[in-house]
Write a protein that binds this ligand. Sequence first.
Ligand code: RFL
Ligand code: PHB
Length: 394
Amino acid sequence: MSEMMKAKVGIIGGGPSGLLLSQLLDLKGIDNVVLEKHTRNHVLGRIRAGVLEHGFADLMREAQCGARMDAEGELHTGFFINDNGTLHRIDLAGHTGGNSVMVYGQTELTRDLYEARDRMGGRIIHEAQDVAIHGADSDAPALTWRKGDETFRLACEFVIGADGFHGVSRKSIPREVLTEYEKVYPFGWLGVLSRTRPVSPELIYSRTPRGFSLCSLRSQVLSRYYIQVPLSDSVEDWPDEAFWEELKRRLPDEVAGRLETGPSIEKSIAPLRSFVAEPMRWGRLFLAGDAAHIVPPTGARGLNSAASDIHYLYHALCDHYLEGDDRGLETYSDRALARVWKAQRFSWWMTMMLHEFPDHPAYDRRLQQVELDYLLSSDAAQASLAENYVGLPF
Ligand code: RFL
Ligand code: PHB
């Protein structure tokens, strides 16, 4: 038996992109359904991003989801770069006319979005298996899926592919329509979450001969740390003790001396990849977030680029439904991609500058060092870094 449903917008993926768009559209009376492959607990079990651009924080407030973020998140007006033992502060606020970033975990943000959808009676279908898109290039698209033995069909006017890098949406677009650009880096990040006091009130990005490291945080009692590791390593190669010892070696002595260690409550390795698929639209299917593009986490752009897609899509759909104006939909792909590529450039630049590339020839290694020397000695270069880190305008 197949059950039929209807909505203006069908959204595939109940991650931050899909949930944020669902909430924003609902507040404007544009009805939508979210299909998520996993359970809510599974989605909320992922530890990912932690730094939100100020424009993204504003979008969360517009979605009426900003209260806990404003109460518990931390505004950061700067961060540190450790150049092999010496700390330099990047003054984000000073270089951007007072802008800052919000340090608030993706997990908490996703929880807030789910709670907001619950409060408004939003339709979110979990454990939707075998989601398929039909007629994306027609005037009457539809989504089908299975839950247990039952099959379902949603007739909708637009389909939003917000189902992450491994989702079904991008793969539904014919090969000859899409161009994919990809760069894979020869290392990953080993991340540890621990119930310890953060070693620094502001983030520390470290470049050392042993490799990159990052000290980040989720709150004053919850720390998030990363170290660059070879792709051949697995989590089993890194018991907690070994992780803490290696992190200390990649920090200035006085910072390492005050590092509080403790048992890890999450530990995972993420490979680093840059990826863009163009265009981000095919007929009535619109891609958003990781479904269309991935960045290495060094510039903290991944979640933020997803949010900027949602900003453009939200306004385009509002213009369509509330004003009868389709220009936003027509230009969505070009406008979203223009910003996405700037985030790609910034993430690539931060990644290339701060990591250890064992196979690089001597000339490239000297260039890498002078890139950092120039940054740390030039106000103009730091202003450019700050402008990108707090988020370029939408
Ligand atoms: P998500 O978060 O991947 O959510 C997509 C959702 O779609 C569901 N899904 C499907 N649903 C229905 N049918 C299907 N066929 C489906 N296939 C998938 C998935 O279950 C999921 O719930 O994408 P979204 O919403 O676009 O959000 C993007 C962000 O999650 C992502 O950009 C960032 O988390 C990237 N990222 C990081 N960004 C940062 O800025 N800083 C970080 O430290 C950081 N760490 C990370 C990351 C991404 C990671 N991934 C994707 C492997 C660490 C990891 C491990
Ligand atoms: C994090 O807190 O997880 C985080 C922060 C900044 C980054 C990447 C990850 O650039």
